[in-house]
Design a protein around this ligand. Structure first.
Ligand SMILES: [Zn+2]
Length: 335
């Protein structure tokens, strides 16, 4: 018995990307689970384990793949799926906007212990700006703010601090101007003059035909787990800092990472819950060492994905557990 409509296994590119996502996630989540457990957060540790088993066991029949997805925030595979859905729904909206802009709202980095409060304040401030203009628009004294925002937090290894920030896509330049100005004025009142650099609050026009790439880049910010340490980016040699990553995931718990304002999406057709009984099927298990799903009673592999040596080396050498209490000097345990 399988659920859902299944994924097309003839889409080799997608299958291989999924295998890669599984490989990446499997290497990281076990260590994240240990980290959460050490902090006494068993619920988060469970959620990491849940992610470890995401799409581990799959069934294929009639060219389709069926499995259970974990839907956790850390899961690279589930994020890949989420990203595709978001792009599908938001791309037509952005393409209809006359002159869309992408922008970043930042504030000075904070140490781990201040991260939660800082994120709270940032969310409240952005909400305040949106509400202020909602009222003004209603009273016909201001413009309507239309756009969406994605929250991201990255880690600065050198300074051992965190950089929570927003990425936004807005419908035109006037909106970008208003939000930027309000963020600087109100943010400086809240966190002090030195905390917001005007030059860091950037915005730029999204060129025609470039909307999909811009969207893919921005939506990824909310969902990727390697913000600064992307193993697929050859220039990035920074590694994955487990302790920092767990701190970020913990700080993002129960928060909306993605939100829109000033417009509605067309209502989505409700997905019917489909259950099928398969007679003729194959069962597969993801084996991390092979970076692929292997046939249960046979010798086949499902995606034929070949993991690059570079990535194998990366995962053997660059997953680092930061021992914050050994600061200074900082020492690492390298697995
Ligand atoms: Zn998943």
């Amino acid at each position: 018995m399988v659920h859902g409509k299944g994924a097309d296994i003839s889409n080799v590119k997608q299958m291989q990307r999924w295998a890669e996502e599984k490989y990446i996630t499997a290497h990281i989540v076990k260590k994240l689970a240990d980290c959460a457990k050490a902090k006494g957060d068993f619920e988060r540790a469970d959620s990491y384990w849940n992610c470890y088993y995401c799409a581990k066991f799959v069934t294929t029949a009639n060219g389709l793949l069926f499995t259970e997805y974990c839907k956790t925030r850390i899961c690279a595979l589930c994020n890949e799926i989420r990203k595709a859905i978001k792009i599908k729904f938001y791309l037509p909206v952005v393409q209809r906007w006359s002159d869309p802009f992408s922008m970043v709202l930042t504030v000075k980095n904070v140490p781990a212990k201040e991260l939660n409060q800082r994120i709270d304040e940032m969310y409240i401030l952005l909400e305040k700006i949106k509400n202020k203009y909602k009222t003004r628009f209603r009273r016909k004294t201001g413009i309507k703010l239309v756009g969406f925002r994605v929250f991201e937090c990255t880690y600065n290894r050198t300074r051992d601090d965190y950089h929570p920030h927003f990425h936004l896509v807005v419908a035109d330049r006037k909106i970008a101007d208003v939000i930027r100005t309000e963020w600087i004025i109100e943010g400086q009142k809240l966190w002090g003059k030195e905390s917001i650099y005007e030059r860091s609050q950037k915005y730029r026009r999204i060129e025609k035909e470039g909307e999909e790439n811009a969207l893919a880049r921005i939506i990824k910010y909310g969902t990727k787990i390697f913000s600064e340490h992307n193993p697929r980016n050859k220039k990035s040699k920074k590694g994955v800092y487990i302790e920092a990553l767990d701190t970020i995931i913990a700080a993002m718990e129960d928060r909306r990472i993605f939100d829109r304002f000033g417009f509605n999406l067309p209502s989505r057709p409700k997905e019917e819950k489909r259950v099928q009984y398969l007679k003729d099927y194959k069962a597969w298990t993801f084996v991390c060492e092979y970076a692929d799903w292997l046939e249960k009673d046979g010798a086949l592999s499902l995606s034929n994905f070949v993991i690059q040596d570079e990535m194998r080396v990366f995962f053997n050498e660059s997953i680092i557990n930061t021992k914050t209490h050994e600061f200074p000097p900082k020492k690492f345990i390298i697995y």
